[in-house]
Design a protein around this ligand. Sequence first.
Ligand code: ATP
Length: 390
Amino acid sequence: MLADMRLPDGDGIALLEELRKHGRNNPYIVMTDYDKVPTAVRSMKLGAEDYIPKKLIEDNLFPLLKNLRKRMERQEAPIYERQSAAFREIDHKIKLVATTNMSVLILGESGTGKEHIAEKIHARSKRAGKPFIAVDCGLLSKELAASELFGHEKGAFTGAESKKQGFWEEAARGTLFLNEIGNLPPEVQQMLLRALEAKRYRPTGGSKDKKADVRIIAATNEDLQAAIAEKRFRADLYQRLKEYTIQIPPLRECKEDIMPLADFFRQFANEEFEKQVKGFDTEAKKRLLTYTWSGNVRELRRVVRMAVLHTEGYTVTADTLEFDEEPLANDVPSLALEKMEKSQILRALEQADGNRKLAAELLGIGRTTLYSKMKLFGIDNKEQDKNTAD
Ligand SMILES: Nc1ncnc2c1ncn2[C@@H]1O[C@H](COP(=O)(O)OP(=O)(O)OP(=O)(O)O)[C@@H](O)[C@H]1O
């Protein structure tokens, strides 16, 4: 909730108290004028998340909400082990690289699960018992980015009232995950390169170098090559970060994962809302499978959660699916859908080397369903072999 301090029939603090009294623990952010900051601070003691002076709303609100979203996702996020061929390959790469000290660059659209992959690498590394510090470089202010990462000495700049350690030091002996790395200001890119190469860094205002053993995992959803061409990103840092690269495909290219993930989120939402929704009807499945998912897994989770909330009976119907964008699926004639389904089955069979049990698992459907679909689409071994040969 975003609340003003002065409200027509009370104030923001009374509203917060009222909400908490009724067990409503929504994150609560107070918007306030400068002269009301002390009151806002009082509301934080009552459990408000933060306060934003109104003059800074434009600059501060978005980073604050993004941070909050990440924190909530972390709290509430059980993870489903994706079984698609692409993800099994990613899992294999994670196992290979986890135990090394190599820097890893994770590439993929927003919401594909990059942070969760980074956590997995950390969890499987020798650093597992040590800190995993996640930093969204897009949220670091240009002025303070260096001191946030590498710390500062007392009096290093106006407002630096005490010495502060940076994320680098916090992550000592552990892993520092730098998300949206393309947004790192140029001066800080230089410092990061030095820290990676010379294993030394200097806090803002400090006179001596410090040392800390940190493993870096960076991630981005932007084309870093383009950023290099535009001179926004250092080529040498890029080379250093991409010692090992993991590419996460968008959800629309991993169709085998869509229904298993949707079922996973459905069960989770059932528990959350005390519902007993048992599945999706055919039309709902079609929509889920053909939608573009530009928000990837994050969007799928939201869509399924909301659908479960809106479902009265036992089955999710298409009209309860509220997508972020207009779904193409509305106009896709069923013939085109069938073609798509057929090609997915052929692909799964190909990936499974013709093993139907495995193909059914890849597709997230039962073996009997696979057999009946193969029959329906006229896929036999011969056709499948032909396809593999192609
Ligand atoms: N395999 C999965 N099982 C369950 N939830 C998942 C899975 N993968 C991703 N998610 C969920 O999707 C959301 C986005 O994941 P994550 O933050 O890791 O993506 P990201 O690629 O780092 O996104 P961004 O670039 O926007 O920061 C989170 O809520 C996460 O829990």
